[in-house]
Ligand binder design. Structure first.
Ligand code: GLN
Length: 384
């Protein structure tokens, strides 16, 4: 067994979902909406399955989807990419990240990562032979700091892997932080791999800024998006990659021997979805913002300290304010004794340096959130 995987635990999301099932808990752990997703997009997928072509689509993705991706990013983020040579469809964002790391890293190359980080990142970097250099971001602001970047970047840095908006902190980077990072990328001749799957799930008028749009970054950024997050269809696993044509040629080589392609009916349906009018995106954001406010207000009323959530489907509570110092124990107790599954944020800090935050998913129906709040009230009463 390769040592990277030999001692790796099952992902925290799978573990907490299994515990939720075993204890009949309300699952606010793993991030997925309990809404079935947009009916018209699902219908487009069903129609394409029955009436369309179900043999291998082109390795780079259906031309219709690649054109839709290019048009979508031109419309929403002002990015100009050539659909034929600068867009690739993958089986989810995780495949895109894995492929990018495999294509870009040679053994011994250094990769700058930020903690909190999605739990797939570190094993993928290590398996690709990369040497991780981790920059910790501190709650509650989770901002980039020049001194920490200066410590992490060096002559061996090949890639920086960035998630923005950031899961689990529910924050997004502003232009100053992005400019600082872009400056380091240019100075050290580094490629940025940007996991921007939460780009549309931003609240309170905030706008996501793609790192690729900053001066000098167009040629050195691999931008990754996901239909699962844009359309609340997490099981579909349709992702897309934007990169300058030369860079894309290398990424495509990795993709062709990972999954090669992605189910054609889902690709057609996503092409349809990406062309939806602004009202869809505004409505989606407003719906999640309402759910966030409902859960946050309920938690605050119960005496939980809630961190601001400006993006994603998640909010965090600060358990140190409750006198707790072990997020894993807190989450185990919560799921086993009180029937609510959550995610301990230490799972996103490889050095375990932050153990005071617990992540809750609010992408749920009001009734689900209200039922969870009742159980969280019970947890507070029994702790008091
Ligand atoms: N992205 C999801 C989350 O953060 C988890 C995805 C998964 O379970 N692999 O909850």
């Amino acid at each position: 067994m390769n040592p990277v995987y030999a001692d790796l635990p099952t992902t925290v999301f799978e573990r907490m979902s299994a515990l939720a099932r075993a204890h009949g808990a309300i699952n606010l752990g793993q991030g997925f909406p309990d809404d079935p997703g947009p009916a018209d997009i699902r219908q487009a997928g069903a129609r394409a399955l029955l009436e369309g072509d179900n043999q291998y689509p082109p390795m780079m993705g259906l031309p219709a989807l690649r054109a839709a991706v290019a048009a979508h990013y031109a419309r929403h983020q002002g990015l100009v990419v050539d659909p034929a040579s600068e867009v690739m469809v993958t089986s989810g964002a995780t495949e895109a990240i894995a492929g990018a790391l495999l294509a870009l890293i040679e053994p011994g190359d250094e990769v700058v990562l930020f903690a909190p980080m999605y739990d797939a990142y570190l094993p993928l970097v290590r398996r690709a032979g990369g040497v991780p250099r981790i920059v910790p971001l501190r709650p509650p602001a989770f901002r980039l700091e020049e001194a920490a970047l200066a410590e992490a970047f060096g002559p061996r840095t090949r890639v920086v892997l960035l998630n923005d908006p950031l899961n689990p902190s529910a924050t997004l980077l502003g232009r100053d932080d992005l400019a600082l990072l872009a400056d380091f990328c240019r100075r050290f001749d580094v490629t940025a791999v940007c996991d921007e799957v939460w780009e549309h799930v931003v609240f309170d008028g905030a706008a996501h800024i793609p790192l690729m749009s900053l001066p000098g970054m167009r040629e050195r950024t691999v931008k990754i998006g996901s239909a699962g997050k844009i359309f609340s269809l997490t099981g579909w696993k349709v992702g897309f990659v934007l990169a300058e044509a030369g860079l894309m040629r290398g990424l495509a080589k990795a993709h062709q021997f990972l999954t090669f392609t992605t189910p054609p009916n889902l690709q057609s349906a996503v092409a349809f979805g990406l062309a939806k009018d602004d009202a869809y995106f505004a409505g989606m954001r407003a719906g999640y913002a309402r759910a966030r406010d409902r859960l946050a207000a309920g938690l605050t009323g119960l005496g939980y300290r809630v961190l601001p959530a400006r993006a994603t489907w998640f909010l965090n509570i600060d358990i140190a304010a409750l006198g707790a110092d072990d997020d894993v124990a807190f989450c185990e107790d919560l799921v086993v004794r009180h029937g609510v599954a959550a995610i301990p944020v230490s799972a996103f800090y490889p050095d375990g340096s932050v153990r005071s935050l617990v992540r809750l998913c609010f992408a749920k129906a009001d009734a689900t959130l209200d039922a969870a709040l009742e159980r969280l009230a019970d947890a507070r009463r029994r702790a008091a």
